[in-house]
Design a protein. Structure first.
Length: 135
């Protein structure tokens, strides 16, 4: 069977070898690109799920703090939960509380109340939590 190549034609064989090598490299590059794209997409999905989890956790924390304060006589307290996430994805949560009774307390009395409040299990969310008071 004659494929059009003569036995002594090394130049044609080199062209064919180069085409095969280039084709293999293109195939491997495409395959690696798809793998990297799929991995990046998976990371984005995981980040979205993590964000949804933290949003729900913080919403629950806000509701639980309001209920706790209400049960302790601080009815209709203003409660805000905010978070700061650093570049390493470490989170710090701040619960800001506003109620006229806190404004009337001495600083030491407020600090003692915060210490007791932080002993409650609702603040065990896997991230540092601090409590601040609005004037």
């Amino acid at each position: 069977m004659d494929v059009g190549l003569k036995e002594g034609n090394g130049e044609e064989m080199m062209k064919i070898r180069k085409m095969i090598i280039v084709s293999v490299l293109v195939f491997v590059s495409c395959w690696m690109s798809m793998f990297v794209y799929a991995k990046g997409r998976e990371d984005k999905i995981n980040e979205k799920e993590r964000t949804m989890f933290y949003n729900m956790q913080e919403k629950t924390l806000c509701t639980d703090v309001k209920k706790l304060l209400n049960d302790e006589g601080f009815t209709d307290s203003g409660v805000t939960v905010t978070r700061v996430v650093d570049v390493d994805s470490n989170r710090e949560v701040t619960v800001t509380v506003h109620h006229i009774k806190f404004n009337r307390m001495e600083e030491s009395e407020r600090e003692e109340y915060v210490w007791g409040l932080l002993q409650n299990d609702i603040f065990d969310i896997g991230s540092p939590v601090k409590i601040a008071f609005l004037p």
